[in-house]
Each structure stands twice: as structure tokens, then as C-alpha cells.
Design a protein around this ligand. Structure first.
Ligand code: C2E
Ligand code: MG
Ligand code: MG
Length: 764
């Protein structure tokens, strides 16, 4: 009774065949039934000859009507299953009903009518088997039921004709079932083949739809004629975008020659003609557009070359973005010059190939001031103009020009001698130092310093050359601005010494056991009475002995130790002065780098509060050069101190620009004329005139003038004569330690001598 549940396509095919064949089967069945009923209507009871056929007709009509009504319906798998199973059961029912009915008529008739019954059963069973042949289970059921009944019934009649017919029918049935089986197998194979063919077709069209809708443009090409054989929708859409650049249209791509896409069609043909050249990828520039093309070989199952498949995309925007990223990563956005990374790469490359090169490390002097005072946009404009000038100054000579960052630039040039590199550097300095006109009518002048390192003399590696050119630049800057300086080995030793000194100073500041504050008196020029004393830092180094502040103050300034050092002096100076029982003031030096950071006033306040010293007994000395470099914020720091009641002294006056404007602009209480003028004043009338002018100015402005570095009576007489109010110098006293430090210093000196002797013994 089973139906092929696992094969829904077969079920459907069976259903379709049943829907066409079953109405015919019912027709044959009924017409035979009524023919038999007609021969028995006279002889058999009415219910059997007429009523039963009517009932059977109604049953068959209902079934036929169902098939008639659903003939155009596309059946679902569930429906097919349901109906075929029902048909199976129905076949059993109908077979039993019709067979029983026919056999019930048998006793009423004569030999003719009995033969009619045999004929009826034989015809109907054959009709049913044929009609149900595509539902094998139903056909078998019918055959088994009807034929078994037929054979058994007619064999039992004992009538030789009927027995022969029964045997005959049995054989015919077996033969028919065999044919049916073969037929059914063929039917199944056919249905399966059709299903498979349909599935393949669907798969293929699904694939084609996928390729068509793929976001990648695909084209296939005939490898002999080089004509387009297929182009997916994306290809057509992209071609539509660039149609104006091509002699073809997106609508008639098929059959077009592929040559239009390439500047060199012969080359393209060569690549496409053989699978050996594939896969191949290329970027094709088509006017302003860029195509990214990948070609792969399509081969048949046997490996033979069918042709090339081109997958391609419009990558114009991606290429632009890539270029932009490359530009940003390798070039400075402001000036367009190679950045540090790129410059370093070029330097490394030049060192490998050229060998003899000079690296010029360029730094702008005073750029920070421009940036801070005029704003960053002016600063940027200035940098851009510097880059243009530098570029044009180096056009013929340089290998490359770069911006290393901030106000640092670099030039790489082929060069053999230090002399020629220096000459070229001076030319750059000259060109960049010419005033710049920025904005409407702002004219700005900046200085330029250059450090030079040569390869292979000073190094064969980029990093070494960079460091050495940087050292040379540092030296050029300390030697005074606007200089070009070539690296030398001694410079490196100096730098190492400096690093050593920095470490030692840091330790000394931690331990506070080798730093001392010495005091030097400042006296009234007329009375010789001490009015103040200057606090001067001293450092006794266990190995080196006394180190001059001129040597370690710059180290402290550069290493950031200056604040700590200043705190140390301030605290001790205030403390010592507060403990004096006179009204002598104390002068403490501050460094220019401390100006403009807003840290000075809190430091001074803390020292004053900590010691209890009155602010008017503290003088802060700041050098003229420090004030020249200081910006507005630096001036504010000094004003804040002055507002606290602290006195401000301008130190070393005359060593800078001797700008009298400072004297007016600053809240000054004292001007200290540098010792060099004082010394010269004795012999040189011009120096004496300067001393006099400053002293007069001081008198007029109510500012005390101090003559520094007075060593002799003659110098004292001269500065007195010129009108200086106070005197400082060895003539009145050298800087000296506090009483309590004398012993400590002596002990240190002894240790120092011992250490030195031990070291000498070791070396000898
Ligand atoms: P300065 O502030 O101008 O100090 C005066 C310098 O002249 C001191 O040198 C002092 O010893 C020296 N001097 C004084 N009278 C005479 C003289 O008659 N003849 C000669 N030849 N020299 C004389 P010093 O102590 O070596 O200090 C040098 C500079 O170091 C100072 O110049 C000052 O600018 C700086 N300095 C010293 N101590 C400190 C400090 O604690 N902090 C800061 N920031 N700078 C300091
Ligand atoms: Mg001083
Ligand atoms: Mg001085």
C-alpha cells in the first residue's frame, strides 16, 4: 500500500498521470458495469441489478468529479501524498465492491450471462491495471483482489471453459504486472531524469542570476576573437558610468572587441590568449578613471582552456584615497615637503647609493616667538614661505629637502667637503633670513641655524648622521644664532661630559651635600656700608673640585633642574637673611628659562613664607639677555614678583642690547652694570660714558645702579665718579660661604684630595 514518500517529484508525476487516467478508468468501469446490469436486469433481483450499479456509479462519479475539479491545480507534496494514499485504499474498496457485485450476479444467469460476467471482470481488471499503472501499489491491489477472486471463483465452478479462462486470466495478470513493473520503472526514471534536468536548469539560472547581480563586474571573452561573450549587470552598470570614455555602449557589449579597454591591445591579447599568462591583474587608467582588472582562466572539466574571465571594478575613489593616505603618511601637509619618515628613508637610500652626502639640519631661530605672539596661522604661513624659499635655494643642489617637524627642516645634498657644505649652508641662512612679508603688511625676520654632518666621514647610517647633525646644530645655536656648524668628534665628547655632569648635578640636588650658597657683599658707594649680598650657588664635585656656575647653570637650564636649584638657593638665602639682625637684603639670581611659566612667584612666596623674610629684603636678579628672550608671560612673572614687594634687579646690563626701553618697561629697582664695562671704564672713555649714562638714567628713574666686578681702587674711584650708587666686587669682598658651611667644605676638599691621590696612585 506504500507510496514513494521520499520522492515528492515522483509522487507529483503519479498524481498528474492519475488525474488524467482515472476519469477514463471510471468511464470504462461504469459503461461495462451498466452493460452487465442490462443483461441481468430481467433475471437478477432489482436491488442487485439496478440499485447496486447506481450506488457504484455515484461513488465513481464523485471520484471522477474530484479528479475533474482538480485537473488544473498544481498539487502540493502533502496533497499528493494524501490523495495517492486515498486512491490506494479506494482501489481496494472499489475492486472488492465491483468484484463482489459481479460474482453475486453469477448464480442468476445462464452460460451466456455468466460468460459476460467473466468478460466483464477480465476487461475491468485490465482497464484498472492500465489506468493505475503509475500508482503501482494500487494496480497491484486491484490485480490481486480481482484476479484472486476471479481465479478462485471460476476454478470452483468446475466448468472447463471457465477454468481455462481463469488460468488464462491468471497468466495475463502476471504478464501485465510484469509489464507494469517495467513501465513503472521507466516512468520513475523518466520522472527522476526530468526532475534532475529541471534542478540543473534552475541551478544554472540561479548561478547566472547570482553572477548578474554580483557587486563585481564580470565579463568573459572569446580567447580567439577577443570579443566579449558575456557581461553581467554590474559590468553593464559600470560601463554606463564610463561610457563617455569608451567607443562602445553598455547596451551592446556582447560581441564587442575587448581592445577598447587597453592602450596596448596587442599586449592585452597576448595575455588573454593563453591560460599560461593567467591569473593576471592590472590597474588600467582610462582618462580620469582607474579600473582594477583581474583576469583568470576558465577551463573545461578536461582542463582545456575555454577563455578568460575578467573581473573588474572602478577604483578611482579608492586610488585617490590611497594616494591621499600615502601623501599624508609621507609628506608634510603644511609645506608639501617630505616628512621626517620619508626624509630619513631618502637619506638611508642616498647613503646606500651615493655614499658621499651632507646632511644639513636647519632650525629657525625665534619661530616660537612668532607663533606665540602673532598666532598659529601666521606661524603656518611663515613655515610655508620658508619651505618655498628653502626649496628654491636647493633646487639645483639638493637631493631632497624635508620638514622634520615644527620649525626644523633638513637638506640632503651630494657633497665631498665640509667647506662646500658650509658655504651652501650659509647661502641657505642668507636666503631664509631675508624678511618675510606675511598677511597685508607684516614683515617678519627670523634667524636660521644649521648643523652639518657628512657621510661617510661622520657616519654611514641615517640615524647616526641625524644625531650628529643635530649635535652640530645645537652647537651652532649656542655659538650664537645665524651660524652653520659642522659636526666634530670633540662635540660628542662634550655632549657626553654634559650628560655626566647632568647626572651628577641631579644627585647633588637630591643629596644637598655638595651644593652651597656663597654670599658676596654689595656696598654703598659713598659709605662702604653693606646694603645687600648676592647669593651665588657653588658646587663642590668630589672628583672635579669646584665647578663654576657658568658651567653647570646651562646644564641645569637644559635638563629642567633649574627650578630645583633655584628653590635651593632661594630657601637658603631667605632663611640666612631672615636670621640676620640687620636690614641687609639678599639678591638671588634667576634664570631666563624660568620666566613665563608662572612658577616663579609661588616659589618665591614659599621661600619668603618659610623663612619669614620680608619681601622688600629680597632682590631677584634677572639678566638683560633673559629679558630680551622673554615673552609677555615672562614680563608678567616679574611684575607679579614686584607686586609682592620683591625688588627686581637687571643683571649684567650692557651685555645684551643695552636696550634702555627695558628699563622703562620693567618694574625695575636696580640696574647692575656688567663688570666688563667697569673694568674698561678706567682706560676707555666710551665705557666710562656708558657707565655714566646708566648711572644718570638710574638717578632720573629712581633706580639704584650697581657697578659689578670692582676689583681695584681705580675702578672704584671711576664708578663712584660716574655716579654709581652701589658697588660689588672683589675689592669689597669675594663670595664666601656661611660659617657653618666652612667646615663641611674643608672636609669635602680633603676627601677630594684623597680621592685624586688614590686615582693617581692607581694610574701610576
Ligand atoms: P652674576 O649674577 O653676574 O654674578 C656675579 C658674578 O661675578 C659671580 O660669578 C661673582 O663671583 C663674579 N664676581 C663678583 N665680583 C667679581 C670681581 O670683582 N671680579 C670678577 N672677575 N668676578 C666677580 P659666579 O658666582 O661665578 O657666577 C656667575 C654667574 O652665574 C652669575 O653672574 C649668575 O648669572 C650665575 N649664577 C650664580 N649663581 C646663580 C644662581 O644661584 N642661580 C642662577 N640662576 N644663576 C646663578
Ligand atoms: Mg647676579
Ligand atoms: Mg652680573
Amino acid at each position: 500500500m506504500a507510496v514513494p514518500v521520499a520522492n515528492p517529484e515522483l509522487l507529483k508525476a503519479q498524481y498528474r498521470s492519475l488525474s488524467r487516467q482515472l476519469p477514463t478508468m471510471y468511464f470504462i468501469l461504469l459503461s461495462s458495469t451498466w452493460a452487465l446490469a442490462a443483461t441481468h436486469v430481467e433475471i437478477a433481483p432489482f436491488w442487485l441489478a439496478v440499485l447496486v450499479p447506481i450506488a457504484l456509479t455515484v461513488l465513481c462519479a464523485v471520484c471522477s468529479l474530484y479528479w475533474w475539479n482538480t485537473r488544473d491545480v498544481e498539487p502540493t507534496s502533502e496533497m499528493v501524498l494524501r490523495v495517492t494514499e486515498r486512491t490506494n485504499y479506494l482501489a481496494v474498496g472499489i475492486s472488492l465492491a465491483f468484484t463482489t457485485w459481479a460474482l453475486l450476479l453469477f448464480p442468476y444467469g445462464d452460460a451466456y450471462t455468466q460468460s459476460h460476467i467473466a468478460l466483464y471482470m477480465a476487461i475491468t481488471v485490465i482497464t484498472c491495471i492500465f489506468s493505475l499503472m503509475h500508482l503501482r501499489s494500487a494496480a497491484w491491489n486491484v490485480a490481486l483482489i480481482v484476479n484472486s477472486a476471479f481465479v478462485i471463483f471460476f476454478m470452483t465452478t468446475g466448468q472447463p471453459t471457465f477454468i481455462a479462462a481463469a488460468i488464462n486470466i491468471a497468466f495475463v495478470s502476471v504478464g501485465m504486472l510484469a509489464i507494469l513493473s517495467i513501465n513503472q520503472n521507466n516512468f520513475e526514471s523518466m520522472v527522476n531524469a526530468q526532475t534532475e534536468a529541471r534542478r540543473e536548469q534552475e541551478e544554472q539560472s540561479r548561478l547566472m542570476r547570482m553572477i548578474d547581480d554580483m557587486p563585481v563586474a564580470v565579463m568573459t571573452v572569446d580567447p580567439e576573437a577577443f570579443k566579449i561573450t558575456y557581461a553581467n549587470e554590474t559590468s553593464k552598470r559600470l560601463i554606463r558610468k564610463i561610457e563617455h570614455l569608451l567607443p562602445i555602449s553598455s547596451e551592446d557589449l556582447l560581441g564587442m572587441s575587448i581592445d577598447v579597454f587597453h592602450k596596448n591591445p596587442a599586449h592585452q591579447r597576448r595575455i588573454l590568449s593563453s591560460p599560461e599568462n593567467l591569473p593576471h591583474s592590472a590597474r588600467i587608467n582610462l582618462g580620469p578613471e582607474v579600473l582594477d582588472l583581474k583576469v583568470s582562466a576558465v577551463t573545461a572539466d578536461d582542463g582545456s582552456y575555454i577563455g578568460p574571465m575578467l573581473t573588474w571594478a572602478l577604483v578611482t575613489n579608492e586610488v585617490k584615497a590611497e594616494n591621499r593616505i600615502r601623501q599624508l603618511a609621507h609628506y608634510d601637509t603644511l609645506t608639501g615637503l617630505p616628512n621626517r619618515v620619508t626624509f630619513r628613508e631618502k637619506l638611508a637610500e642616498a647613503l646606500k647609493t651615493t655614499g658621499q652626502v651632507a646632511l644639513l639640519y636647519i632650525d629657525l631661530d625665534g619661530f616660537k616667538l612668532v607663533n606665540d605672539t602673532r598666532g598659529h596661522s601666521v606661524g603656518d604661513e611663515l613655515l610655508a614661505k620658508v619651505a618655498v624659499r628653502l626649496h628654491s635655494a636647493c633646487k639645483e643642489t639638493a637631493i631632497t629637502v624635508g620638514r622634520l617637524g615644527g620649525d626644523e627642516f633638513a637638506v640632503l645634498m651630494p657633497c665631498e667637503t665640509a667647506g662646500s657644505a658650509t658655504t651652501f649652508a650659509r647661502r641657505i641662512i642668507k636666503s631664509l633670513s631675508v624678511p618675510y612679508v606675511l598677511g597685508k603688511d607684516t614683515s617678519i625676520r627670523i634667524g636660521v641655524s644649521v648643523g652639518i654632518a657628512l657621510a661617510p666621514e661622520h657616519g654611514r647610517e641615517a640615524d647616526v648622521l641625524f644625531t650628529r647633525a643635530d649635535l652640530a646644530l645645537y652647537e651652532a645655536k649656542s655659538a650664537g644664532k645665524g651660524q652653520a656648524n659642522v659636526f666634530c668628534a670633540e662635540l660628542e665628547t662634550r655632549i657626553q661630559d654634559r650628560a655626566q655632569l647632568e647626572g651628577d648635578l641631579r644627585e647633588a640636588l637630591e643629596a644637598e651635600d655638595s651644593l652651597f650658597v656663597f654670599y658676596q657683599p654689595i656696598v654703598n658707594a659713598e659709605t662702604g656700608e653693606m646694603t645687600a649680598q648676592e647669593a651665588l650657588i657653588r658646587w663642590f664635585h668630589l672628583q672635579r673640585g669646584w665647578i663654576s656656575p657658568a658651567d653647570f647653570i646651562p646644564v641645569a637650564e637644559q635638563s629642567g633642574l633649574i627650578d630645583k636649584l633655584c628653590d635651593f638657593v632661594l630657601k637658603q638665602a631667605c632663611h640666612d637673611t631672615a636670621r640676620r639682625n640687620d636690614d641687609v637684603r639678599v639678591a638671588v639670581n634667576i634664570s631666563g628659562v624660568q620666566l613665563g611659566r608662572g612658577t616663579l612667584a609661588p616659589a618665591v612666596l614659599s621661600a619668603l613664607v618659610g623663612s619669614g623674610l620680608s619681601p622688600d629684603r629680597l632682590e631677584i636678579e634677572v639678566t638683560e639677555t633673559a629679558i630680551l628672550d622673554a615673552e609677555t608671560a615672562g614680563m608678567d612673572d616679574l611684575r607679579r614678583l614686584h607686586d609682592m614687594g620683591v625688588r627686581i634687579a637687571l643683571d649684567d646690563f650692557g651685555t645684551g642690547y643695552s636696550s634702555l626701553s627695558h628699563v622703562r618697561l620693567l618694574p625695575l629697582d636696580k640696574i647692575k652694570i656688567d663688570g666688563s664695562f667697569v673694568k674698561e671704564a678706567v682706560d676707555r672713555p666710551e665705557s666710562a660714558a656708558v657707565v655714566k649714562a646708566v648711572a644718570d638714567l638710574g638717578t632720573r628713574l629712581g633706580v639704584t645702579t650697581v657697578a659689578e666686578g670692582v676689583e681695584t681702587q681705580a675702578q672704584l674711584d671711576r664708578v663712584r665718579e660716574e655716579g654709581c650708587v652701589e658697588i660689588q666686587g672683589y675689592f669689597f669682598g669675594q663670595p664666601a660661604p656661611r660659617e657653618q658651611d666652612v667646615e663641611i667644605i674643608e672636609a669635602l676638599k680633603t676627601r677630594h684630595t684623597q680621592t685624586r691621590e688614590a686615582a693617581e696612585r692607581k694610574t701610576s
